[in-house]
Design a protein around this ligand. Sequence first.
Ligand code: KG4
Ligand code: ZN
Length: 344
Amino acid sequence: MQRVLGFESSCDETGVALVEVDGDAPPRLVAQALHSQIAMHQAYGGVVPELASRDHVRRVLPLAREVLSQAGLALPDVDLIAYTQGPGLAGALLVGAGVAVSLAAALDLPALPIHHLEGHLLSPFLSADPPEFPFVALLVSGGHTQLMRVDGVGSYEILGETIDDAAGEAFDKSAKLLGLPYPGGPHLARMAEFGNPQAYELPRPLLHSGRPDFSFAGLKTAVLTQVRKIGDSPCEQTKADLAASTQAAIVEVLVKKSLLALKATGLKRLVVAGGVGANARLREQLDAACARRGVRVHYPELALCTDNGAMIAMAAALRLQRGLARPRRDGGFEVRPRWDLASV
Ligand code: KG4
Ligand code: ZN
């Protein structure tokens, strides 16, 4: 049996987790701890990279101690250290990578760099009902919106992606225009619950392109136009209607393009991952559309949709199990703030 200690620090969450791998059995999450910086960045309306790095410095070791204590283990019980190498904020990545590689060097352990999006993609393997390969993956986070064909661990083919803003960015920027706090996605979703999704006619960019590609920049501009029209002090119902219409536009595009990718690949399994995967309306619409087509949809557990250490430790464990891990032992490392998943 091998134990993987994983570190995530690519943006505004510090996450640490311990996963056990035993032969061919599905790897098991033993313990995890997470600190979200949302409250700290909220005052600035978005992530302040320098503050993010400094906070990761403060949190990472106490979180690692917490994970080991939850597991009833100590550092010598760990066999492999994994960390997010990218993509993400350079300074934030350097903190997690630096701590992980230093720990590995001090303990004479191998250190394995992991792609953040691979973590998201494989996070449904932390659920009680993990998917089987191959599947289509809809990766919808704050920085990425991609449809991929996944044939196995490490086998990722990009079918389509956004040409400008990510879906999470569209949620966040629209929410900001509506005066909601950072990160806007969940706030906008909550407000949308009381709104009429047909109240405003908003653009669905590239909806009929016939390709699994996305564009959300135009939507944000359309929301801005509506915000200007409704004036400085709109009533709550007007705001809720605009929030619901915005969410409906984003969700319709995500559902339609996912169906397109499923049709093009002929696959009958869809995995949804990344922060926007927590959106209830997206889940509801995807479930309904996929049920009609005999497609199974897998989601990570709600708490594991946004960034966390468990998905990094799990991705490392799945790689280790399949002989796909190429860890380093020389104490050297580099981070990759921009990094294409298809090149992993
Ligand atoms: O995957 P994630 O935690 O971080 C990145 O790797 O980017 O995703 C964060 C994104 C943010 O844009 C956030 O607003 C969005 O996920 N998000 C949501 C919801 N929960 C998180 N968007 C819509 N509805 C939600 N319930
Ligand atoms: Zn993420």
